[in-house]
Ligand binder design. Structure first.
Ligand code: PLP
Length: 379
């Protein structure tokens, strides 16, 4: 504990105001520029940001859209999902990964995840492929990539497209390749709590295929490439110029912010080891070949719900991502899954707990989190 710092300081789960203070002048100037121009929809700012981020990620094209969920939806629309077509994904993810499949009258088919990385189990994937499988959506959960070599191998053998849900993993890589650039398309979210967060909703699709890019550019403006002529049935899903302007200010900081998240994770690991808590908590594992960007620092904890109540009393931010696997959601009961179908997802839903990991977190805050958890188990 740093001398002079009160023991009772709160540790929030996320502190976006601390980030804003570092870049305040540049963000406000970007916002002002958009207001001065009164040019809010698409245009130069969006194109410049798309070029910058394609360059950062190392892919040919990036297409800005209204949200990460729409990035997934529009990607699936380019595949051409017909009613009854199957899309394989995992039940341990944010709802929209599967929700978009249902929105297109497709059928989400779930396969379980691996216990250590929390990402898609490629062996189960192989068994779930049928002649109706049109796409696979692996989720690069919490900031690290799924086993893309194994997943691409299954997909290629069956002629199925892979849409990467990289919403939580911007800047992560696997064997030197960035999350979201290994499959057919990559989907990103700029929801404010993501590693690159906007000033509202926003999203992005990456692709190396010029034809897919052309189709996406049309689909995000009602399927039209020239005013009032519609070749496709699209929707209104654009990245706002305001978002693009602010995101362009933030993008150069992303590398540093991601490094700080990983450094905080390393500090947690040391402190948990020092506290001798490995019989009570399991820390996140980074798969060989992965660079993890820790959108969440998610541990598995014994007596998780009691620990949560204790942390709440001691003003330590925490959250459960995700408490109910998708196959057990009320809206998915018609799919016919039951408790016990995906034991790893169900186990994790009972044990996981995400702790503060944001870049501006201080050493003494990290110490306070670990100390509180230690106090809980030793009391
Ligand atoms: C955030 C997120 C999404 C959806 O992104 P939005 O921009 O909120 O629509 C999809 N999948 C995962 C895994 C996410 O974390």
């Amino acid at each position: 504990m740093v001398a002079g710092e009160p023991l009772s300081v709160k540790v929030p789960l996320l502190d976006l105001k601390a980030q804003f203070q570092q870049i305040r002048a540049a963000v406000l100037s970007a916002v002002e520029g958009v207001c001065e121009d009164q040019s809010f929809i698409l245009g130069q700012r969006v194109e410049t940001f798309e070029a910058d981020i394609a360059d950062y990620l190392g892919c040919r094209y990036a297409v800005g859209v209204a949200s990460g969920s729409d990035a997934l939806l529009l990607s699936l629309m380019t595949v051409g999902i017909e009613p009854g077509d199957e899309v394989i994904t995992v039940p341990f993810t944010f709802f929209s990964t599967a929700g978009v499949v249902s929105r297109l009258s497709g059928v989400p088919v779930f396969v379980d995840i691996q216990t250590d990385t929390f990402t898609m189990d490629p062996d189960q994937l192989e068994k779930a492929v049928t002649p109706r499988t049109k796409a696979i959506i692996p989720v690069h959960l919490f900031g690290q990539c799924a086993d893309m070599e194994a997943i691409m191998d299954v997909a290629d053998r069956h002629g199925v497209k892979v849409i990467e849900d990289a919403c939580q993993s911007i800047g992560a890589s696997r064997h030197g390749r960035r999350a979201g650039t290994m499959g057919y398309t990559g989907c990103f979210s700029f929801f404010p709590s993501k590693n690159l967060g906007g000033v509202g909703d926003g999203g992005l699709i990456t692709t190396n295929d010029p034809a897919v890019r052309e189709l996406l550019l049309a689909l995000r403006v009602h399927g039209s490439r020239s005013d009032y002529h519609h070749d496709h049935i699209g929707l209104n899903s654009r990245l706002d110029a305001m978002e693009a302007a602010v995101l362009r200010v933030k993008l150069p900081y992303l590398k540093d912010w991601n490094t700080k998240r990983a450094r905080n994770a390393a500090k947690y690991e040391r402190l948990f080891a020092d506290a001798g808590l490995f019989d009570r908590v399991t820390l996140p594992t980074t798969d060989a070949g992965n660079v993890h960007v820790f959108n969440q620092y998610t541990i598995r904890a014994q007596r998780r719900d009691e620990l949560m109540a204790y942390l709440k009393d001691h003003e330590i931010g925490h959250k459960v991502y995700y408490p109910v696997p998708l196959h057990l959601q009320e809206c998915y009961q018609p799919l016919g899954y039951q408790k016990g179908h995906f034991p790893v997802s169900e186990l994790l839903a009972r044990e996981v707990l995400s702790l503060p990991i944001y870049p501006e977190l201080t050493d003494s805050q990290i110490q306070r989190v670990v100390q509180s958890i230690s106090d809980f188990y030793k009391s």
